[in-house]
Design a protein around this ligand. Structure first.
Ligand code: 6R9
Length: 650
């Protein structure tokens, strides 16, 4: 435990403990402790060892412990066509049955499912029964717009309950959602619509962020104009009420469609095969266009429900708040599906953490008696800079567990979070996972002794390792490639429309293993320390952006001939984007042009992608085959050795 709260000890003087132990009552009452005991194990480590010996038995037990199935499975894992693994084959399911239907007709019917608060302070509560009615109605609306099983529907909304309702309704009728984060912009939205071929799009007139309107409909119009032949219907939620244009025949108000006859008739939840696709979510990769990662109906539910119960320890009376955006995988798994499957009560807050003041989040947490708070290092760092007087004004005594996700958390931020927010008694679940993995992979549970900055060890049933390029264990202080050695239920099934890329991207670097694209280190206690991406992915405020996307946004500007973007450390954002730009003939480098280019990227991709600086350069370091060596640019920017430049063009 930390020592004196007033004068934090000096880390370099070695005054910090090696481990932060969870409080005894947390360990004693943890869901995972109960399960370990039920299985006859003394602790979580013994349980882990058993799950690694018997992964299929473990996941099979979890599938019945947490979920209902329309029809049971024949096989837990079918690995006959690796790496296209199948889970729970032969079963029939729908996550909407587990997340909504069974609660709405059972004991949880009048329990609050979602407590929503807007930036302006409006609040709305949906019980499970009310949420079921909304989902049912929107499912009928989608059908009235011609959406059928297997269709892809793009959703582009701000953080409002209707985003959750739309996602659930899409899955209820067996279609797939492709949610585009509301902070993304025209080109990001357009390329995702184009790839998914969504004939229906759900959006809003606008959203609120930092007391400003995000022009969702205006951006939608620009994106859809570039994909006119694809999108046949745009469903628009009235949220901000500001003036927008509605295109006759194509655009419909959500509330008008809801008023059509028959929309409240019962809409059956589609019984899906476990391997039917459930949703796709685009994420940035090494090169080119963003990839649509596909998740399947069966295994996804199992691992999301299990991890949420065993890691965040959800109990019937908990008030859980995951402050992420539903448009990120964290929101999909741990706002939309996980908490609802477990019948939990959750808080969703729409706006910025520091609006109207830096106490806003702590006010929300105190007001609703939040017991579990899950957020990202960037948010913690952002709030930390306003000082502890802000959180100290509020009663945070109900908090029991904290969580972190999205990027490595620096020990300083970890300790602040632990001491100031968690009052030294709330263990921090630093969860390492990816859009690809669907659910937590390396994470503590409430019984794990913690080390600030480490995600500790793999979750039950998950076998990971850190290997060299040659496939040997990376030892000592050396870092290596983070790999997952065995398939897991919530794994991505493919890249939409591009199974070849799925195999190449994830399964060929170290054959037989899944390579995550992260560098990591394993210490003497077997604890994992994720260092960061080894590819051209930049994490800005936890959001994953590809250098290729930023570069293509830049070259779409008439002044730019060529561009190379790199990520450099940033105090609050973790990393920020710094592009190098070669201008076309006839254009002059200037501060005004730099500002114009920054704005241009922001407009095409979204404010999150706006570059920090623009560096005008006459040339870029390239390999002889013409590939830009971003690694060299980065080393130069950081004043580090350039490494192996033997392939650098003379
Ligand atoms: C859930 C999510 C995945 C990448 C991943 C890694 C980084 C996520 C982390 C973490 C260190 C953690 N990452 N959680 N790094 N510690 N707890 O973030 O998904 O947006 O797909 O990003 O994020 O680099 O490879 P996604």
């Amino acid at each position: 435990m930390t020592t004196d709260q007033q004068t934090p000890p000096n880390e370099t003087a070695g005054e910090y403990p090696k481990f932060y132990y969870p409080p005894e009552n947390v360990v004693e009452n943890a869901n995972v402790t109960a399960y370990a005991r039920e299985k006859g194990f003394a602790n979580a480590d013994e349980l882990y060892a058993w799950t690694i010996e018997n992964p299929q038995q473990f996941w099979g037990e979890m599938a019945t412990k947490f979920l209902d199935w329309y029809q049971p499975w024949e096989k837990v894992l079918d690995d006959s066509n690796a790496p296209f693994f199948k889970w729970f084959t032969g079963a029939k399911t729908n996550v909407v049955h587990n997340a909504i239907d069974r609660h709405a007709t059972g004991a949880n019917k009048d329990k609050a499912a979602i407590i929503w608060e807007s930036e302006q302070g409006e609040t709305k509560t949906y019980t499970y029964a009310q949420l079921a009615a909304e989902v049912n109605r929107f499912a009928n609306i989608l059908k009235s717009q011609g959406v059928e099983k297997g269709d892809r529907v793009t959703v582009y909304l701000s953080r409002v309950p209707e985003l959750v309702i739309a996602m659930l309704a899409i899955v209820k009728i067996g279609a797939m959602h492709s949610v585009v984060y509301g902070g993304f912009s025209t080109e990001a939205l357009h390329s995702r619509i184009e790839d998914a071929k969504s004939k229906v799009l759900v959006t809003g007139d606008g959203g609120w962020m930092n007391n400003k309107i995000v022009e969702l409909k205006k951006i939608t119009d620009e994106a859809v104009d570039r994909a006119e032949d694809i999108v046949k219907s745009v469903i628009v939620l009235k949220r901000t009420g500001h003036d927008i244009t509605m295109k006759e025949g194509r655009d419909h108000w959500w509330h008008d469609l809801a008023a059509q006859p028959g929309m409240d008739d019962p809409c059956p939840t589609e019984q899906m095969d476990t391997e039917d696709p459930m949703f796709m979510l685009y994420t940035s990769g090494t090169t080119g266009a963003p990839k649509g990662l596909v998740h399947a109906c069966g295994g996804y539910q199992v691992q999301v429900a299990t991890t949420l119960s065993f890691v965040f320890d959800i109990k019937p009376d908990d008030v859980y708040w995951c402050a992420a955006d539903p448009g990120w995988i964290t929101g999909h798994s741990y706002i939309v599906y996980g908490p609802l499957m477990l019948g939990a009560t959750e808080v969703i807050y729409e706006g910025a953490p520091s609006y109207p003041n830096p106490g806003r989040w702590w006010d929300v947490a105190a007001k609703y008696g939040v017991t579990i708070l899950y957020t990202a290092p960037t948010a913690i760092r952002g709030l930390m800079r306003f000082g502890e007087e802000w959180p100290n004004k509020y009663d945070l005594s109900k908090l029991r567990l904290l969580g972190s996700v999205g990027e490595p958390i620096n020990p300083e931020a970890w300790r602040w979070y632990h001491r100031v927010i968690g009052k030294d008694r709330c263990p921090i679940m630093d969860t390492w996972w990816q859009t690809e993995t669907g659910a937590f992979m390396i994470t503590p549970n409430p019984t794990t002794p913690l080390k600030p900055g480490s995600g500790t060890k793999p979750f039950f049933g998950i076998e990971a390792d850190v290997l060299t390029e040659e496939g040997e264990p990376a030892t000592g202080a050396d870092d290596g490639l983070l790999v997952i050695k065995k398939p897991w239920p919530s794994m991505l099934r493919t890249i939409y429309g591009d199974p070849k890329r799925y195999v190449e991207q994830y399964w060929t670097r170290l054959p037989g293993f899944y390579t995550a694209g992260d560098a990591a280190r394993k210490d003497e206690d077997g604890y994992y320390w994720v260092i960061g991406r080894i590819d051209d992915v930049i994490k800005v405020s936890g959001y994953r952006l590809g250098t290729a996307e930023v570069e293509s946004a830049l070259v779409s500007h008439p002044a730019v001939a060529e561009a190379a973007a790199i990520g450099l450390p940033h105090e609050l954002k973790g990393q920020a984007i710094h592009p190098y730009v070669i201008l076309r003939q006839g254009f002059e480098a200037s501060d005004a042009l730099a500002e114009e280019l920054r704005k241009h990227v922001g407009k095409e991709m979204g404010p999150i992608a706006r570059p920090e600086t623009i560096n005008f350069v006459p040339g870029l370091p390239k390999t002889r085959s013409g590939k830009i060596m971003r690694r060299v640019l980065k080393a130069r920017a950081l004043g580090l050795p350039e490494g192996d430049t033997s392939t650098l063009e003379a």
